[in-house]
Design a protein around this ligand. Structure first.
Ligand SMILES: Cc1cc2nc3c(=O)[nH]c(=O)nc-3n(C[C@H](O)[C@H](O)[C@H](O)COP(=O)(O)OP(=O)(O)OC[C@H]3O[C@@H](n4cnc5c(N)ncnc54)[C@H](O)[C@@H]3O)c2cc1C
Length: 179
């Protein structure tokens, strides 16, 4: 029986693991298909507080992971396929493995929904972006257009929660010229 199981090892899951670890809860983190999450796929991260010169995404994530391990977090590979929170202990199923937990933190992240336009995937990082708050700064003063699409997908496992939906319209302001 685990005190805390955390689904996802992106920056949200790792932050939760650091806090739970420091509370002596010995959290178990389930990595999923993308250990380290989205930031492990990117290069220069400029907007993270504490790094005035920026930091590479994988390095930032590796630091967070080490920090969580230092406080006793345990990591396991495996993508969660089913969660039962209808009774305690909670049951978390990842393929052939079943875990029981007193508490569950879901930090399974999100992935961008592309529009399906020609050349869209090839041009990611070369003008097409799914994150205005991340990349808008780089295009300041250049011609650009924006499409508002829901950014979040449903969780990849069965869990009775409503899926979040966030419009990208409020992100557009990151590409607007500032005086
Ligand atoms: C190319 C790119 C560049 C970016 N640049 C920046 C930037 O410069 N600055 C910035 O602030 N943000 C940036 N972002 C956004 C940032 O990466 C995300 O906001 C952040 O990673 C979200 O963290 P998260 O932990 O919530 O989720 P994620 O990073 O999405 O992590 C989700 C985790 O959940 C796991 N998971 C999912 N489903 C399951 C499952 N069924 N079972 C077990 N585990 C599961 C995944 O394996 C992963 O470990 C960028 C994103 C991308 C794609």
């Amino acid at each position: 029986m685990h005190n805390v199981v955390i689904i996802g090892s992106g920056c949200a899951g790792l932050t939760a693991a650091i806090y739970a670890g420091r509370a002596n809860l010995k959290p178990l983190v389930l990595d999923g298909h993308e250990p380290g999450g989205q930031l492990s796929l990117t290069t220069h991260v400029e907007n993270y507080p504490g790094f005035p010169d920026g930091i590479m995404g994988p390095e930032l994530i590796e630091n967070m992971r080490k920090q969580a391990q230092k406080f006793g977090a345990e990591f396991k590979a495996g993508a969660v396929t089913e969660v039962d929170v209808s009774k305690r202990p909670f049951k978390i199923i990842a393929g052939k493995d079943t875990y029981e937990a007193r508490s569950l933190i879901v930090a399974a992240g999100a992935s961008a929904r592309l529009l399906g336009l020609k050349g869209e995937r090839e041009l990611i990082g070369h003008g097409v972006s799914t994150c205005a708050t991340c990349d808008g700064y780089f295009f300041r003063g250049k011609p650009w257009s924006a499409a508002a699409i829901p950014l979040w997908k449903r969780p990849t496992f069965s869990l009775a929660t409503p899926a979040g939906s966030i419009s990208s319209t409020d992100e557009m302001s990151f590409g607007l010229p500032r005086s």
